[in-house]
Ligand binder design. Structure first.
Ligand code: RB5
Length: 147
């Protein structure tokens, strides 16, 4: 059973509640790193602990939700070991697992609705990394962290 880290800011709070329900119904273990209301907060405070949990291997994959998904993805990609993809379509959510081995999916609650968000989450969690020619590209990408 995969363990999923999830976090949001105030903009993503309502959508996060529905996504957690969906993940739980599918049998995933969910680690919720906040926030816990629609009261205004700063997204880096929630992106960081969720991203660290994925980077440390405490969670298998992560989902971050803010208004646009952009702030969350920018923060997550500053954590070593994280490959966060901000998506607003199912093709990208699937391809970023297949080709980029992304370990965090970000999206915006002001950009996508529950139906699309749920489909993106399912594709992201269910699609394996293709490996092969993509391995060397991922290695080159991650080496940038050490420059
Ligand atoms: C909050 O108003 C908003 O800036 C935030 O949710 C996110 O969209 C940032 O990227």
């Amino acid at each position: 059973m995969k363990k999923i880290a999830i976090a949001c800011d105030h903009g993503g709070y309502e959508l996060k509640k529905d996504i957690i329900k969906h993940l739980t119904a599918r049998g995933f273990e969910v680690c919720d790193f906040g926030c816990d209301s629609t009261q205004s907060v700063d997204y880096p405070d929630y992106a960081l602990p969720a991203s660290q949990a994925v980077a440390k291997g405490e969670c298998d994959l992560g989902i971050l939700i803010c208004g646009t998904g952009i702030g969350m993805s920018l923060c997550a990609n500053k954590v070593k070991g994280i490959r966060a993809a901000c998506c607003s379509d199912t093709f990208s959510a699937r391809m970023t697992r297949m080709h980029n081995d992304s370990n965090i999916l970000c999206f915006g609650a002001r950009v996508v609705g529950l139906g699309l968000a749920t489909d993106m989450v399912d594709l992201f969690l269910d699609t394996p990394f293709e490996g092969a020619r993509h391995n060397a590209r991922i290695e080159k990408m991650m080496a940038i962290e050490n420059l």
